[in-house]
Every structure is written in structure tokens, then in C-alpha cells.
Design a protein around this ligand. Structure first.
Ligand code: RIB
Ligand code: CA
Length: 316
């Protein structure tokens, strides 16, 4: 299969950084766009630039939205640190953002062979749709790390990326593009632990050392929050949905984003009712599907792909 062409819209973030590494190993990454999310826009942009330096990749980084469509920015310093990449040694480099116009870059780059992998709040994508409502349909597809078919991680039911900009998420989920949703129900199945961090530390690979530092920091913070030294590798799942679709099982279902609920704002409401062929009046069928909703991942194989992308031999 030819290497897919993609743009990654991200808010690095440790798992965003691993997603960038996996994407550069298995796809033609034509650009990176950054958004406020795990950390403020300046930080997520600086982190994306640092990862391109770590990769020695000439991938352009375009700055995007500093805040959501409505309200003020939400960040995740408790998980990723104030910098967005807590615990990771900074890499010196002289790289600068290619532009401050992530939305213009997303619009100009759109064609039927281009995927957009969105692993942060969906503000940039929503702004692109505001300028061109057909944009999503002109892409090969949009693979999203966001939402959940079950519980949330910011509220009982809302996941961070959709919670941070619900209006943007609603616009993207309604845009008519070929959508894949990798929600928390899926991404929690791909987990890092201390054994993995130890294995990466032993590897003679700058990418593996970066990842080991990332996992150590994530595990320290998450242990403080939950008592467990593990982290879900959320964002790489959305890349694997494009580069290794055979590893992820999806179902065609309707997905909408709640905007009004006091307890449910930012929730992805997934219609899991069975489809009835005729949807007859007597038996209310499911609403027309709008996304490929991911439910299971071959976590062992997926982790093998991630570890190989980090420069670690399979038997190491
Ligand atoms: O809820 C997980 C998502 O929020 C991931 O994209 C992580 O990087 C954070 O942005
Ligand atoms: Ca992210």
C-alpha cells in the first residue's frame, strides 16, 4: 500500500509527539498544524517544532488557533506539564513556524488523496469548514482522536479534545467528510507502562530516549492522579487508523456533539442502536451513520508498530 499523505493537527503533548513520530515513519507528512490544547499555542507550536528537529524532518509547522470557537482555552498541565512536554529534555534547534495560518494551509492542501489526522481540539478544522463548508468532503478523510463511546476523562462523559472546543467538534462531526473517530473507549486499549519505558531506555535511539522520558513523566503525573503508573497512547491510534487500518475495528454510527448539557457539554453522543433495514415507524432505527467509530485495536501489534517507529528492534 502506498504511504498515505497526511497533515497532523495537534497540541503536543507527549502522545501527540509519539503520533508525529509514528506518522513520519509510515506516512508522507506534508505538514503539521498546531492548536491550543494540552498547553497554550506557543508551547504546542514550540513542541511540534522540537519534534521535527528530533526527527530531522523538514515538515513545515503552521501555527493555528490560540483558543476555542467559544469561551476560554482549556489546558492539561496536570497530565502534560505546563510546557506540554514535561520531563523531556529540550532539544536545541533554530526552527521557526512556516506561518501563522494553519487554516489557510489546511484549505490550500486539501485534495482527495490527503488525510487530516486531528489529535487535539478541532478548532483549526472548524475554522477551515467556516471558510469552505466543502473542505472536509474534498479530503480522503479525517481521522480524529477525540470523544468517547463510554466515559470521559475531563467530565463523566466528555473527552478533553471535544470538551476543549465542543462547537468545533460539532462542526467537524457534521461536515460530511469520511470520518474515523478514535475515542477514549479505543485509545485506552493501547497503554504504556514502566516496562516499556525501561525497554526504550536501553535502546540506542534518540527517538526511544525521547519516548522513555515522555513515558516516565506521564507515568509520574498519572500515578499522582490515579495511583497507577500507566498511560493511554491516545494520539498514535488516530495515525494508525490511517496507516494500519487493519489493526482497528470500526462500526458505522451516527456521532453528534452535545453543546447544551450542564453535565454533558462536549460529550460525543454515539447512536449505538441497531440499524433496522427499513427503519420502519414501529421500530425506531439508528440515525444515519456519520462516522467510522473505532471499538477495538490489536494493541500488541499496534505497540509493535510504535516501538519500531521509535527505532527499537523487535527482539530488543
Ligand atoms: O483525551 C486525550 C487527548 O487529549 C489526547 O489528544 C491528548 O494529547 C490530549 O490532547
Ligand atoms: Ca493531543
Amino acid at each position: 500500500m502506498p504511504r498515505p499523505r497526511l497533515i497532523i493537527d495537534c497540541d503536543p503533548g507527549h502522545d501527540d509527539a509519539i503520533a508525529l513520530i509514528v506518522a513520519h515513519r509510515h506516512a508522507e507528512v506534508v505538514g503539521i498544524t498546531t492548536v491550543s490544547g494540552n498547553a497554550p499555542l506557543d508551547a504546542t507550536t514550540a513542541n511540534a517544532l522540537m519534534v521535527t528537529a528530533l526527527l530531522d524532518a523538514d515538515t513545515p509547522v503552521h501555527r493555528g488557533a490560540p483558543k476555542p470557537l467559544v469561551g476560554e482555552p482549556a489546558h492539561a498541565a496536570a497530565v502534560h506539564g505546563e510546557s506540554g512536554l514535561g520531563g523531556v529534555a529540550r532539544i536545541a534547534h533554530a526552527r521557526r513556524a512556516a506561518s501563522d495560518d494553519a487554516v489557510g494551509f489546511l484549505l490550500d492542501a486539501a485534495d482527495e488523496a490527503l488525510w487530516v489526522v486531528a489529535v487535539g481540539p478541532l478548532t483549526n478544522l472548524a475554522l477551515a469548514l467556516e471558510r469552505d463548508p466543502s473542505w472536509g468532503r474534498r479530503l480522503a478523510g479525517i481521522s480524529i482522536m477525540g470523544g468517547s463511546t463510554d466515559i470521559g476523562n475531563v467530565t463523566r462523559v466528555a473527552e478533553f479534545n471535544t470538551f476543549a472546543d465542543p462547537e468545533a467538534a460539532a462542526r467537524v462531526f457534521d461536515c460530511g467528510a469520511l470520518l474515523t473517530m478514535c475515542g477514549l473507549n479505543l485509545t485506552r486499549q493501547l497503554r504504556s507502562n514502566d516496562a516499556l519505558a525501561k525497554r526504550l531506555r536501553r535502546a540506542d535511539s534518540p527517538l526511544a530516549q525521547f519516548a522513555a522520558q515522555s513515558f516516565d513523566d506521564l507515568h509520574d503525573r498519572i500515578e499522582g492522579l490515579t495511583g497507577v503508573r500507566e498511560a493511554a497512547l491516545h494520539d498514535p491510534c488516530a495515525v494508525l487508523a490511517v496507516t494500519h487500518p487493519e489493526l482497528i475495528e470500526t462500526r458505522r454510527q451516527a456521532v453528534s456533539v452535545e453543546l447544551e448539557g450542564t453535565l454533558t457539554r462536549g460529550m460525543t453522543v454515539v447512536d449505538q442502536r441497531p440499524h433496522t433495514p427499513d427503519g420502519g415507524a414501529a421500530r425506531r432505527g439508528a440515525d444515519a451513520p456519520t462516522a467510522n467509530v473505532a471499538y477495538t485495536i490489536d494493541a500488541d501489534e499496534a505497540m509493535a508498530v510504535v516501538v519500531e517507529a521509535l527505532g527499537v528492534e523487535s527482539d530488543a
